[in-house]
Design a protein around this ligand. Structure first.
Ligand SMILES: [Fe+2]
Ligand SMILES: [Fe+2]
Length: 424
């Protein structure tokens, strides 16, 4: 069966807005859903991720997205709690039923060796998600045209230990060489988007050097960034950090999306829009899950959940460079910072603790939505990013899909998933 049949070049027709702008493509991002069926939930009082909400939150989002006439959905990794095959199977089956194509990549949580019983190998992952980007053999990365004028590169940033456990964020040499060949062969009339689990750009102050932050950014982010910039790539979508943030370096954006199972339980809807002057924009909107049957006031409950578990993390932040505080100082300041990480995760928050000493206060402030010159800078959740338009651009929006076409594609995806999960 040809998987290309499930995502042929038939996007929704371009939609005109009242201002004369045209929405060319509409899509969504859900990151780090950490799917956990109830019977698979790891019971540990120190567990940081509120995986209990993963499935009810996903269902709410799917209900919302069903009304948006989406062209595609992206999920940049950490699809499951701990790589449990049962959780991967549930997700693959559920994604098959959606009326739009979904593209996924693996995160570090998709390969951990919690036990032999729950291990998912890289080869199994590729097979599970054959209908969601991985139809080109056994490689855990891919490049595919997903719509006229639009190409997606899905990278695998998991460096695995000898036993198959994900240990660091790294694009290996083989994949870098493949990327060189792939980028060199791309037609110039396409807009290229990249999905990678670990961050490409820094989303926290000095993230690449900080003892806490550096495990969230690719070890070889610099050469990858240079490669992508040289190829004219403008959009990278990452996850892993569980924070809402948009970073930019010389026209290259890394939009990292927070986790569905961490405060503030966000997801994003996006539109590629052409304005009346022919300029191209990426419109970004962010949404949050506010309640689930078992978590009626999710923002408050989840913020407290995170606050209850973040003290060890906050102690490390204060203990290490640049603050290098003493144990007594840390004991004094850490109670004030109970909601620090939740505020960072929200994006667009001014973070200020006037009761703390100037150096500590200034360092905390630098994690907030603030520009280098000290002015507020809020574009993590809702913004319009200017893009360079490929010239020429081979976009040719097609008519809307009929319900029959949509049903046929769901049936094809479902059949592929049935074959795939049956082989595992
Ligand atoms: Fe995650
Ligand atoms: Fe992760």
């Amino acid at each position: 069966m040809d998987v290309d049949n499930i995502c042929p070049f038939t996007p929704r027709a371009a939609r005109s807005t009242a201002s004369g702008d045209r929405v060319l493509y509409r899509f969504a991002i859900i990151s780090d859903p950490h799917v956990a069926l109830p019977e698979t939930i790891w019971q540990n009082p120190r567990r940081f991720h509120l995986v209990e909400v993963s499935i009810p939150a996903l269902e709410q989002i799917f209900d919302h997205l069903a009304h948006l006439n989406l062209d595609f959905l992206l999920i940049p990794g950490d699809l499951t709690q701990h790589g449990e095959p049962d959780n991967h199977r549930w997700l693959a089956r559920r994604l098959a039923q959606l009326p739009y194509p979904t593209y996924v990549i693996p995160g570090n949580h998709d390969f951990p060796a919690v036990s032999e019983r729950t291990r998912t190998t890289q080869a199994q992952f590729v097979r599970f998600y054959r209908a969601f980007g991985y139809d080109q053999g056994h490689r855990p990365y891919y490049c595919r045209a997903i719509a006229p004028g639009l190409r997606l590169i899905g990278l695998n940033s998991n460096q695995l230990s000898a036993d198959g456990t994900a240990i660091d964020g790294y694009i290996d040499e083989e994949q870098m060489a493949w990327l060189d060949r792939t980028l060199a062969a791309l037609p110039p009339d396409e807009l290229v988007i990249v999905m990678v689990h670990h961050n490409l750009l820094e989303h926290l102050p000095d993230q690449g050097n900080h003892v806490l932050g550096k495990r969230y950014i690719l070890e070889n982010s610099d050469p990858l960034r240079q490669k992508l910039q040289a190829a004219g790539v403008q959009l990278v979508f990452s996850g892993h950090l569980h924070v809402q943030d948009i970073a930019e370096a010389d026209g290259l954006y890394d939009l990292t999306t927070g986790s569905l199972v961490s405060y503030p339980h966000p997801y994003r809807t996006l539109a590629l829009r052409e304005d009346g002057d022919g300029r191209l924009w990426l419109d970004v909107q962010s949404h949050r899950i506010a309640t689930t049957p078992d978590w009626p006031d999710l923002p408050t409950q989840s913020r407290d959940w995170m606050g209850d578990r973040s003290e060890p993390f906050m102690r490390k932040l204060l203990e290490h460079s640049p603050l290098d505080l003493t144990a007594a100082e840390i004991d004094a300041y850490v109670p004030h910072l109970r909601h620090f990480w939740a505020d960072v995760a929200e994006g667009d928050r001014a973070i200020d603790y006037p009761e703390l000493p100037p150096a500590v206060r200034a360092y905390c402030r630098s994690f907030g939505a603030i520009a280098p010159n000290g002015t507020p800078h809020r574009r993590d959740n809702h913004t319009s990013l200017p893009l360079r338009r490929p010239t020429p651009w081979a976009i040719a929006p097609a008519p809307p899909q009929s319900p029959t076409t949509r049903r046929e594609r769901i049936d094809i995806r479902t059949k592929i998933v049935k074959e795939s999960v049956g082989l595992s």
